[in-house]
Design a protein around this ligand. Structure first.
Ligand SMILES: [Zn+2]
Ligand SMILES: [Zn+2]
Length: 387
């Protein structure tokens, strides 16, 4: 039996176990950096596959890393498993299941022409777990990386945007809102003015950019001139450079609002993700395996609606892919919507998870077994690398 057929057979045999595990993660949604349950059952399953697992990798309590195989290049398969306040509305339980199944498929081979790293990456939803893991060396020595994300569309690429995450705090002066408002300066007026200025700026942003914010503290009491307010903004753009530029413009809007309202503003850049550079050499191989498994898969069209991911940061240090797989039809709900929670625990979702696991495992195997494929992925990475 050839390696691809053996991988597919092993993943089919693993299906019941991994569907149960993915369902369990779905039933225990955990927010960023708190994925104790998910990390626990994933590492247990990896151990049962005969893998040695290193826990609490990179200083992160819920990260883990396992490595196996023979001599040759090293390919990483990444698992996410954090949830959002409305549950597994981003379907990361399926990401974890697909990664684990791919690892199970590759582990079943009698020998591997290289190494596989199974990396558990916490806190994709705003925590940047992968950035911390890169900084702490968890991906050192890895030649290429992959993961796949559920959405409502089937693409071998995902044009994720770079982000700049800002926290703004306004300091005003409190006063009785009826007795002596003239003695106060309103931090609420400043935060409202900031949002209005940001809205006025929108027209002047390049296509594909996004800017959105929330007010996390709008004042202390209705009869006191608000002394303190706080808001968060997320600027997104096709490049990190432009996301930073938008962030700087938001800060100017805030400074202008502070000046106009007689308040003071403090800003903190809470980090940001890089845009995703989809390695087409690897993505096309993944698409070919997906099509052989009976599902049409091509590159996402230019300006496909998209979000952001810390896999973007991985794609800036090595060739990487982040295909999306459909677990809902267009219009039935997409990532972060309440409706997506059910899709992430559906037969359709689990069928897709198993199929994606096969395509990822076969692609990883090809990267180990076919030196030309890895060489062209690396050449493309160097050519498209951003400074
Ligand atoms: Zn998400
Ligand atoms: Zn997600």
């Amino acid at each position: 039996m050839d390696a691809h057929a053996e991988i597919a057979r092993a993943i089919d045999n693993y299906r019941d176990k991994v569907v149960a595990l993915s369902h369990e993660i779905h039933e225990h949604p955990e927010l960023k950096f708190q994925e104790v349950f998910a990390a626990g059952i994933l590492t247990k399953a990896a151990t049962e596959l005969g893998l040695e697992v290193e826990r609490e990798v990179g200083g992160l309590k819920t990260a883990f890393r396992s490595e196996f195989g023979g001599k040759g290049p090293t390919i990483a398969i990444l698992a996410e498993y954090d949830a959002l306040p409305n549950g597994h509305s981003c379907g990361h339980n399926l990401i974890a299941g697909a990664a684990l199944s791919a690892v199970a498929g590759l582990k079943s081979l009698a020998s591997l022409p290289g190494r596989i790293v199974f990396l558990g990456t916490p806190a994709e939803e705003g925590g940047g777990g992968k950035i911390i893991l890169i900084e702490n060396g968890a991906l050192r020595g890895v030649d290429a990386a992959m993961m796949a994300h559920p959405t409502d569309a089937e693409f071998c690429t995902m044009p994720a945007l770079a982000t700049q995450h800002l926290k703004l705090t306004f300091h005003g002066h409190s006063a009785h809102a009826a007795l002596a408002p003239w003695d106060g300066s309103s931090a609420l007026a400043a935060v409202i003015q900031t949002f209005q200025s940001v809205d006025a700026m929108r027209l002047h942003l390049r296509d594909g950019s996004r800017i959105h914010g929330i007010i996390t503290d709008g004042g202390q009491a209705v009869n006191i001139i608000p002394e303190r307010t706080e808001c968060l903004f997320l600027a997104r753009a096709k490049s990190s450079k432009y996301a930073k530029e938008i962030g700087a413009r938001v800060i100017r809007c805030a400074e202008a609002a502070a000046m106009a309202t007689g308040t003071r503003v403090e800003h903190v850049v809470e980090g940001g993700y890089k845009n995703l550079i989809n390695n087409l050499s690897i993505a096309h191989r993944y698409a070919a395996h997906t099509e052989a498994l009976g599902v049409k898969c091509h590159e996402a069209p230019e300006n496909t609606p998209t979000g952001s991911t810390d896999m973007g940061d991985v794609s800036h240090v090595m060739p990487a892919i982040h295909p999306s797989f459909a677990i809902a039809r267009h219009g039935e709900g997409n990532c972060h919507e309440d409706a997506f929670v059910a899709h992430a625990d559906s037969k359709r979702g689990y069928d897709a998870m198993i199929r994606v696991a096969k395509a990822m495992a076969m692609t990883a195997y090809d990267l180990l077994a076919d030196p030309d494929l890895l060489a062209s992925a690396k050449k493309e990475f160097e050519a498209r690398r951003e400074s």
